[in-house]
Design a protein around this ligand. Structure first.
Ligand code: NCD
Length: 307
């Protein structure tokens, strides 16, 4: 990668070919981890998390550690100067003085775009409000590719909070660039996919359909992508309580599913997948979390111009 600084704000900032390259690098890291263990010696990643996270922040941290680099940052806005009233811009300018690359998560949609204008080090959007989450999508693509060997020709059911679920928005954007993907959108009426996302699907001629009942879509699915109802984006507790248990995947509901259907979830789960499903060979969500580390290793190397 030559020349100017690259950021990852939206998944479409990367071309299909670049994503294929990242998947190849991740596969190579999985096959030959020792070849990568010192590659980022003396490099630093800053993780600026203004919103809670477990997997995303830990997988970024583990990724940089496995590359031999170092990590600095904060996991809670309350332990940073944001608490004293510092602007995101100032925090990011400062982090750019100390680190070679920044991963940031923020509750406000668009915050990483503003941040990217303020620093010359690469910015990775680790989730901005109910908007986008491109590194989760890279994780999802690596998981699908490693399990199915392809990123085209399948039917995916996206189930749960399609309104506020940023992982769903980014995943749809990525899959729209591949051939013959059918989207089954399963949600309560209040949590349907936003219009702007449906317009994007229609504009490229993708096949999509809305469902309220998971069982109506289940038999056709090659992938079932469950999501959590995004409590923190609700304006009132009553609506959240009413909607939070709309879908609970258990063994009984899986009876009509295909024998090789992948069950995915970006995690954290609340009630959407019963723990009895964890032993089902189709359950991929913890493997997905593992893939998150490898693809972030590949991404860090790429944005640093090292792979
Ligand atoms: C997701 C997120 O933060 O959007 N989690 C994650 O990064 N793996 C999904 C969620 O919080 O529900």
């Amino acid at each position: 990668m030559a020349g100017k600084v690259r950021n990852l704000i939206n998944i479409t900032d990367l071309s299909v070919e670049e994503i294929e390259h990242l998947l190849e690098v991740a596969d190579d890291i999985i096959a030959n981890p020792e070849a990568y263990q010192d590659i980022c010696a003396h490099k630093k990643l800053a993780t600026l998390f203004f919103e809670p996270s477990t997997r995303t922040r830990l997988s970024f941290t583990a990724a940089m550690m496995e590359l031999g680099g170092n990590v600095l940052g904060f996991s809670d806005a309350n332990s940073s100067s944001a608490k004293k009233g510092e602007s995101v811009s100032d925090t990011v300018i400062m982090a750019g003085c100390y680190a070679d690359i920044i991963a940031m998560r923020h509750p406000k949609e668009g915050a990483p775009v503003v941040a990217a204008k303020k620093t010359t080090v690469p910015i990775i959007n680790a989730g901005d409000g109910g908007h986008f989450h491109p590194t989760q999508t890279l994780t999802d693509l690596l998981t699908i590719h490693r399990k199915k060997g392809r990123l085209d020709n399948f039917t995916i059911g996206l189930c749960g909070d399609l309104m506020f679920g940023r992982t769903v928005h980014s995943l749809i954007e990525a899959l729209l660039r591949h051939e013959n993907i059918r989207f089954m959108l399963i949600s309560p009426p209040e949590l349907r996919l936003p219009e702007y996302m449906k317009e994007k699907m229609t504009a490229v001629g993708a096949e999509w359909k809305e469902f309220e009942k998971l069982e109506d879509a289940m038999p056709e699915l090659d992938i079932l992508y469950m999501t959590r109802v995004q409590k923190e984006r609700f304006f009132n507790e009553e609506d959240y309580v009413r909607l939070k248990n709309s879908y609970v995947l258990d063994r009984a509901k899986l009876v009509p599913a295909k024998a090789d259907m992948m069950i995915m979830h970006p995690l954290p789960r609340v009630n959407e997948i019963s723990v009895e499903v964890d032993d089902d060979p189709r359950a991929c969500y913890f493997y997905q979390a593992l893939c998150g580390k490898y693809i972030r290793m590949a991404l860090i190397l790429y944005l640093l111009g090292m792979k």
